[in-house]
Design a protein around this ligand. Structure first.
Ligand SMILES: [Ca+2]
Ligand SMILES: [Ca+2]
Length: 231
């Protein structure tokens, strides 16, 4: 290979400073003409190798940049959500209980999701993040704060009629709070215990681990993000 490169780069032989092409050398001229028609296999392999090397370097860099941006956006959302939860508690005297079932007539959330189409009936909110959003939309101050997070964060991404918060990867953000029997996370045992209401993102993998059982088959907890890390 180096022989090929050296021959291509070295000043060509010939008379004085005249290039080889201008000097009559019938045999070598034919060989160069043939090579000038295209790349040799060796040259192609070198080019392909360089491209593969560049992809190998660039893909992790771009992936890392995307992940850091998503994490940054998620931390901002978690922090903002925590501020909204604090404001809710200030206004109402208690945190949103994430375990109580909320049965409500189809409401603002549903109208918002379905372009103000009027619907009737009852719906039960089972998702903790949707329950928080629904409760916070009933209080004047927090009802203004949630939409201010933007349409990519505060949305009804699953189209079930209830708004939720989404993290930087588009996954639902969970909500947990202390309940009367003293269990911080109740039945949501993939969320850690914590004495104050908090929000949680499952991170880039979109999965929570199992904090209480330590089940080895569950994904690790390390990439999850919690609002209480920000305090
Ligand atoms: Ca929803
Ligand atoms: Ca995770």
């Amino acid at each position: 290979m180096w022989g090929v490169v050296r021959e291509a780069l070295m000043p060509v032989g010939g008379v004085g400073c005249l290039p080889m092409a201008l000097v009559s050398q019938p045999g070598r001229g034919r060989r160069r003409d043939a090579r000038a028609l295209g790349f040799s296999l060796t040259e192609l392999l070198v080019v392909v190798g360089i491209i593969v090397l560049l992809i190998g370097i660039l893909v992790p860099v771009v992936t890392g940049m995307y992940r850091r941006a998503a994490e940054s956006q998620t931390r901002n959302t978690l922090s903002a959500a925590k501020a909204i939860a604090d404001e809710y508690e200030l206004q109402t005297g208690s945190a949103v209980n994430h375990l109580s079932s909320v049965t409500t007539p189809f409401n603002w959330n549903l109208k918002k999701a379905y372009n103000n189409t009027t619907m009737t009936g009852q719906a039960v909110i089972s998702d903790t993040g949707e329950r928080f959003c629904w409760a916070a939309m009933q209080v004047e101050n927090t009802a203004r704060m949630l939409p201010a997070l933007g349409g990519e964060v505060f949305k009804d991404g699953d189209g079930n009629g209830f708004m939720e918060l989404r993290d930087g990867w588009g996954h639902k953000i969970r909500y947990a709070a202390m309940v009367s029997h003293g269990d911080a996370d109740g039945s949501d045992d993939e969320l850690p215990e914590y004495p104050r209401p908090f929000f949680a993102s499952a991170g880039y993998d979109g999965q929570f681990g199992n904090a209480e059982t330590g089940n080895a088959s569950q994904p690790p907890l390390q990439d999850n993000l919690y609002s209480f890390n920000l305090e």
